[in-house]
Design a protein around this ligand. Structure first.
Ligand code: SF4
Length: 407
């Protein structure tokens, strides 16, 4: 998956130019490479087709930003986007060696990941990534149906996805995630289970399976609004959600997060840090950072990003420091997605919140336990069986209701 989006409370439309606080040594580092072979019709991440783009210039700008903002000795490094595997071997070398000089990540990062797409991951690219110090990759299969891949606007076939997976394994990449999308218009629960079964037969170490969502400003949303696409029915989607958990679990992959499943010790530490509302630095266009309690972001556009880097060395376009109630709400909103759920004492530490703010959140959590949507076991609150498929709605309760107080 790409970088975690900031909570919907974030005000990304307030442009400011101020240097964000410098992150401490060891903070997680995310690098956003914004280029893709083509723009997928459902995607609302910041990315643009690579044709005619100055990728070398972008790498130089990202390294300049890293000099100003990247933490020393990050404990995780994640190359996302966009499609990092679209970079040539030379470009990947320039980027990763440059980041090494600036941060020393090769001596510090316990986990290093890169997102890859099938059309740009062959044996040479996989070997190159591994040689440069990237032992964990995520491959965007998304679907095993070529017609669906065309509908998605993707430029690869299912056969190429399997070939890319094979290349990664042949190269010796030990940690492989497969990304899939379900609840596709017209897809039946049996078709989804059959496709998922074929992917699980590959024995991936990690599986990200997201239901299709229709995000604003995407072609898919416009097609939905015009009746050209029909969203899956809720019952079918629910059936697919449960089938995913069952099939993944019988293949040894545990759902440690609503949409993410892993073998023991194969969870994505970088993303776990997001869900625990930890600190991270994001560099590259559109990247978001959270340092201390301040969240900030770069422009979701190439030229403004490059201009800001040239002018200031950093590209921060907006920043906000939420109050303590909003910080507490965010911790619940993110943490409830995790299998381990939320411990209010941890929220107090992460959010730097007072007893009063924590108490309000516990009052809401207790009410949701009464509604059967959450469960409490000792100090921790987790989604119940009934709450699991409603994770987004339950978690949003905290974002929406805590700032207003809970009666
Ligand atoms: S390849 Fe990934 S980042 Fe690029 S457009 Fe498609 S979904 Fe978005």
């Amino acid at each position: 998956m790409e970088q975690q989006e900031p909570p919907p409370t974030s005000r990304r439309d307030e442009p400011r130019v101020s240097a964000p606080p410098r992150a401490t040594e060891g903070t997680a580092l995310y690098v956003h490479l914004p280029f893709c072979a083509a723009k997928c019709h459902y995607c609302d991440f910041f990315s643009v087709p690579d044709e005619g783009q100055d990728i070398d210039g972008m790498i130089a700008a990202i390294l300049r930003e890293a000099e100003v903002r990247a933490p020393a000795r990050p404990r995780t490094l994640f190359l996302g986007g966009g499609t990092p595997s679209l970079l040539s071997a030379g470009q990947l070398t320039t980027l990763l060696d440059g980041l090494q000089e600036i941060t020393g990540w090769r001596g510090s990062a316990a986990e290093v990941s890169a997102e890859c797409n099938p059309e740009s991951l062959d044996l040479d690219k996989a070997r190159c990534l591994l040689d440069l110090g990237v032992p964990r990759i995520s491959i965007g299969f998304q679907s095993l149906d070529d017609e669906t891949l065309k509908l998605f606007g993707r430029v690869h076939t299912a056969t190429e996805s399997f070939r890319a997976y094979e290349s990664a394994r042949t190269a010796g990449i030990e940690h492989v995630n497969v990304d899939l999308i379900y609840a596709i218009p017209g897809q039946t629960a049996d078709e989804w289970s059959a496709d998922l079964g074929r992917v699980l037969d590959l024995r991936p170490d990690h599986l990200s399976a997201y239901n299709l969502t229709f995000e604003e400003d995407t072609r898919f949303k416009r097609w939905l609004d015009r009746g050209r696409l029909e969203a899956a029915e809720e019952e079918v989607e629910l059936e697919m959600f449960h089938a995913t958990r069952e099939l993944a679990s019988s293949s040894g992959l545990v759902a440690y997060e609503i949409s993410n499943h892993a073998r023991p010790n194969e969870q994505c530490s970088h993303n776990l840090n997001y869900w625990r509302n930890g600190e991270y630095v994001g560099i590259g266009p559109g990247a978001v950072s959270k340092v201390e309690h301040t969240r900030s972001g770069n422009p979701r556009s190439i030229s403004p990003y490059l201009r800001r880097i040239q002018g200031h060395g950093h590209a921060t376009e907006w920043s906000e420091t939420p109050g303590e109630v909003a910080r507490v709400a965010e911790c619940w909103w993110l943490g409830l997605r995790l299998q381990g759920g939320v411990d209010p004492a941890e929220v107090a530490r992460t959010a730097g919140a007072s007893d009063a703010a924590i108490e309000v959140s516990v009052t809401l959590a207790t009410r949701l336990v009464g509604d059967g949507l959450l469960e409490r076991s000792e100090a921790r609150y987790t989604l119940s069986e009934q709450g699991l498929p409603l994770a987004d709605a339950v978690a949003r309760e905290f974002l929406q209701r805590l700032p207003q107080g809970v009666d």
